[in-house]
Design a protein around this ligand. Structure first.
Ligand code: AMP
Ligand code: ZN
Length: 116
């Protein structure tokens, strides 16, 4: 995907603070962190969002999710973290390349969604 921001990060066409990469995944720090630790895990392949995932992506999705706590711990999330996947307009997705946010630090995170 020529114009996809995260594909450009995958191809090293724009800089990012990469903290992990392998054949399937990369992880890098969010440019606008919501907490002391905030990074994104993305597949190398372009999938625009969770709603576009298919059965063929099952292993990749499993790998991303299983990898999240390992990297979170390595990055300093020793007592938990928040995992967010924003999907589509209602979900507030801004970059349409599938990504998992991992957000944490030493302090308890604020309540995510207020009701009423
Ligand atoms: P979302 O709303 O889930 O699509 O979130 C997209 C995230 O990507 C936001 O948290 C942005 O701060 C982050 N982001 C946008 N551009 C970059 C970039 N060049 N490097 C790192 N993170 C970015
Ligand atoms: Zn992409």
């Amino acid at each position: 995907m020529d114009n996809c921001l995260f594909c450009k990060i995958v191809r090293d066409e724009i800089p990012a603070k990469k903290i992990y990469e392998d054949n399937d995944l990369i992880a890098f720090n969010d440019i606008n962190p919501a907490a002391p630790i905030h990074f994104l895990i993305i597949p190398r392949m372009h999938i625009s969002s969770l709603v576009e995932c298919e059965d063929s992506h099952q292993d990749l999705l499993g790998k991303m999710l299983l990898f999240a706590p390992k990297l979170a711990k390595e990055q300093g999330c020793t007592e938990g973290f928040r995992t967010i996947i924003n999907t589509g307009r209602v979900g507030g997705q801004e970059v349409f390349h599938l990504h998992i946010h991992i957000i944490g630090g030493k302090e308890r995170l604020p309540v995510m969604i207020h009701q009423g």
